[in-house]
Design a protein around this ligand. Structure first.
Ligand SMILES: NC(=O)C1=CN([C@@H]2O[C@H](COP(=O)(O)OP(=O)(O)OC[C@H]3O[C@@H](n4cnc5c(N)ncnc54)[C@H](O)[C@@H]3O)[C@@H](O)[C@H]2O)C=CC1
Ligand SMILES: CC(=O)[C@](C)(O)C(=O)O
Ligand SMILES: [Mg+2]
Ligand SMILES: [Mg+2]
Length: 348
């Protein structure tokens, strides 16, 4: 554990320097890590664990797209790829990486095979925190913990292959064996996390549900759409509207923020832009503050969780999600974006 100051606030974090991969391998050497669910986090975590020398198996519905993907990724039926129940029997650490809605349906089967001393691992606090909605209440004689990568499973894998690491939060919910903390931190390191910061199941799911509905995915699309609409309504071309709203952000300005913070990005723009941004950002904050308050309340009351469960438990949930993503893709703004991307020099 290292104590670092974040904006003057002391936090305990785990870095790879003091909790080494070698130590993580030692902690996990007698474990069979069973990845249940091979959607987005499943592949990222399973492949990184395997590359890090951890014994990992995958449990997935046979003859599903995810089953085929696991085979394509080198998992072998009957050796490292099993149907869900077989993987639950073989696994000593059960990584519950089905969708949050699907975890409800499979919970009775998972619970049956959570024998004493095993561990139940999540990458989201959803199932446990909203257990009045999900029914997920683990037996008292198993460890229960989470490692939540702060990003897509696709990025977790890509960054691992680039010798980088995506930060993750971790939480220990139940430590039946007395080894829970070692197990969860070792897993956090072994799946390829950058650094690990501690949270709890409630704080993880509250912050994550807000973040993905807010600045990370929902609010940012809303901002893009609003600005693009105003520019187009006032006669600006799709090229001008898309470049001024999105392309410049992703290609030039956000990489500068990632490199050295928002002030650095501002300082690398004109003084005209700096003046304007510094004059306007608080107005955008003030307009959005009530919306974020409402969002946070919708999360903590369980409304958002119930909406996810109601929608994503329906048999046609994928068709419905794909239809909405297709409408986004076919919209003028994102069709303009497709053309803009195709014109990047590196794509020609
Ligand atoms: N997507 C991401 O990168 C991140 C996900 N998480 C968490 O990790 C966990 C897994 O997330 P994802 O990989 O995105 O899950 P996902 O939503 O992609 O689903 C994972 C797997 O569950 C299967 N599945 C869905 N419905 C099913 C059903 N009714 N019956 C059987 N299988 C079903 C899907 O086929 C897929 O293979 C979740 O708790 C999620 O909140 C955490 C951080 C980031
Ligand atoms: C990628 C991630 O961190 C999200 C947005 O929380 C998710 O996929 O659930
Ligand atoms: Mg999330
Ligand atoms: Mg997240």
């Amino acid at each position: 554990m290292a104590t670092l100051y974040f904006g003057g606030v002391a936090e305990q974090v785990v870095t790879r320097e003091e909790f080494t991969l070698e130590h993580a391998r030692e902690v996990l050497k007698d474990e069979v890590v069973a990845i249940i669910g091979y959607g987005v986090q499943g592949p990222g975590q399973a492949l990184n664990l395997r590359d890090n020398g951890i014994t990992v198996i995958v449990g997935q519905r046979k003859n599903s797209k995810s089953w085929d993907k696991a085979i394509h990724d080198g998992f072998v039926p009957g050796k490292t790829l099993f149907e869900i129940e077989a993987a639950l029997i073989l696994g000593t650490i059960i990584c519950y990486l089905l969708s949050d809605a699907a975890q409800i349906e499979y919970w009775p089967k998972v619970k049956k095979h959570l024998t004493s001393g095993k561990a139940l691992y999540f990458s989201h606090g959803f199932g446990i925190t909203f257990n009045t909605h999900t029914g997920i209440v683990p037996p008292s004689d198993v460890d229960v913990f989470l490692v939540a990568p702060k990003g897509s499973g696709t990025s977790l894998r890509r960054m691992f292959l680039e010798n980088r690491g995506l930060n993750s939060s971790y939480a220990l919910y139940q430590d039946a064996t007395g080894r829970g903390r070692e197990r969860v931190v070792a897993l956090g390191i072994a799946i390829g996390s950058g650094y690990l910061f501690e949270t709890d199941f409630k704080k993880e799911v509250y912050s994550d549900l807000v973040g993905e509905r807010g600045t990370l995915m929902g609010a940012i699309l809303g901002l893009f759409a609003a600005q693009y609409e105003v520019l187009r309504k006032n006669g600006h071309s799709p090229s001008e509207a898309f470049n001024e709203t999105i392309e410049e952000l992703t290609q030039s300005l956000m990489p500068l923020v990632s490199e050295n913070g928002m002030d650095w990005m501002y300082a690398n723009c004109s003084t005209t832009a700096q003046r304007g941004a510094l004059d306007w950002w608080k107005r955008f904050r003030d307009v959005n503050l009530p919306l974020f308050e409402a969002l946070y309340e919708s999360v903590t009351t369980g409304q958002e969780a119930q909406q996810v469960i109601d929608s994503n438990s329906k048999s046609d949930y994928r068709i419905r999600l794909e239809a909405e993503l297709s409408a986004l893709r076919e919209s003028e703004m994102w069709q303009a974006g497709k053309t803009v991307r195709s014109l990047r020099p590196e794509n020609n």
